[in-house]
Unconditional design. Sequence first.
Lengths: 115, 111
Amino acid sequence: AQTVTQSQPEMSVQEAETVTLSCTYDTSESDYYLFWYKQPPSRQMILVIRQEAYKQQNATENRFSVNFQKAAKSFSLKISDSQLGDAAMYFCAYRKLGNTGKLIFGQGTTLQVKP
Amino acid sequence: EAGVTQFPSHSVIEKGQTVTLRCDPISGHDNLYWYRRVMGKEIKFLLHFVKESKQDESGMPNNRFLAERTGGTYSTLKVQPAELEDSGVYFCASSPGVEQYFGPGTRLTVT
């Protein structure tokens, strides 16, 4: 069975600095999707970034980028130039390849941004 | 375009009572998912609808949980009778394909 692990329950970063959130996963599949979701306090979860395992290039969305290490089964999220609005719980998630399928989530990392 | 909506946002019931949660997906999304997060633990999959059919219900914890999706539109998740361990946040997500769009969740408290 696939599993996702986020080993950092809480992280903090100074505004304008860079922070990296860690995620590791376990799967026997060769192709799959990985996601980072963000859930701000009292608000709904939104997709931050997505990575297809068959793509070697790391995904980037503005200030958010990933470091995808397929052999190590590692998928970390880097947030550059952190802003107060980045404060949230971040979830790493895995999904099998295909057009549909359930997400398997990590435990989440709460990110605090200090002014 | 309206996002995924869920009702109620919060429900407090006593053990043994029945509660029905509702999810309205984004219009046109055939795929609808239910997830649950119990206190301090990871978000776990409950089930997946494709239109009105249950595609995968492997995450449903027991037969006290009943999910339906009328005409492939909105979905309901009924818990009957509720137990203390059912407390948590129930999320609904809809998807046209790869990406899933989440609702705000229903916080269920069973006392």
